[in-house]
Design a protein around this ligand. Structure first.
Ligand SMILES: Nc1ncnc2c1ncn2[C@@H]1O[C@H](COP(=O)(O)OP(=O)(O)OP(=O)(O)O)[C@@H](O)[C@H]1O
Length: 222
């Protein structure tokens, strides 16, 4: 028997109905040839800008296997060698550090106190409900990390390595990239690849940028 399984309104509204009654609204749909820069500009750029105003941000890739999560996040074994193919995580890192440089430069030109930023990254892998610290010297000992909630209701990972980074080209990110690619290969041999990158940006001179907010997190998740 033939029946309609997916329907979109002819009016062009951003809505799709799956089956008889499961409706979903969306902001954007991108076709396969859409440039990575367009995906970043439409979906991620404002989130990263927002962290400078004290907003936390999360980018979560979700979908069936082979649908392009790793490609879009830019963390796969086949990491982009050409600029057009660079994905969300490396773009976001460059964006954060360019944003820091720009704000410091603007403050200097306007005779204001230059804001100071501390940026650190964590790379966490979630596999079979186990959290693994990809930045730990000995990954074996990183097992058993626990998720906690602090008194403000914010979620944090106790004991996960947080590596301070000063720019998007730093050694730890390069090493992380190599490590990540090895790990992706190891995981894909086992039929799974899932990872998170948590960029934490805490400015010591918070009042200059955004009164009352000194710690923000960008969570980028494949
Ligand atoms: N927009 C795209 N343009 C070109 N190639 C793409 C695109 N999206 C995905 N691919 C390619 O499709 C293949 C599968 O994509 P990818 O590995 O990102 O999927 P995935 O959703 O992460 O899969 P899994 O859940 O199995 O990890 C890869 O070879 C990737 O390079």
């Amino acid at each position: 028997m033939c029946r309609v399984c997916t329907a979109v309104p002819v009016t062009g509204e951003p809505h799709v109905t799956i089956g008889a009654d499961r409706g979903f609204t969306f902001d954007h749909v991108f076709d396969l040839p859409t440039p990575q820069a367009t995906v970043y500009a439409d979906c991620v750029h404002n989130l990263v800008e927002g962290i400078f105003d004290g907003f936390n941000a999360t980018v979560l890739a979700y979908g069936q296997t082979g649908s392009g999560k790793t490609y879009s996040m830019g963390t796969g074994f086949e990491t982009a060698t050409v600029d057009e193919e660079v994905g969300i995580i490396p773009r976001a890192l460059a964006h954060v550090f360019n944003g820091i440089d720009r704000r410091r430069e603007e403050a200097k030109l306007e005779g204001r106190v230059e804001p100071v930023f501390d940026v650190s990254v964590q790379f966490i892998e979630l596999y079979n409900e186990e959290i693994i610290d990809l930045l730990a010297e000995d990954r074996g000992t990183s097992k058993g990390l626990r998720i906690h909630e602090d008194h403000k209701g914010e979620i944090y990972l106790q004991g996960a390595t947080a590596a301070p980074v000063k720019n998007a080209h730093e050694e730890i990110l390069r090493k992380r990239g190599e490590m990540y690619r090895c790990f992706i290969r190891w995981l894909s041999d086992r039929g799974i690849s899932r990872c998170c990158c948590l960029v934490s940006d805490s400015d010591e001179n918070a009042a200059v940028l955004s009164p009352g907010s000194s710690d923000v997190d960008a969570l980028l998740c494949d």
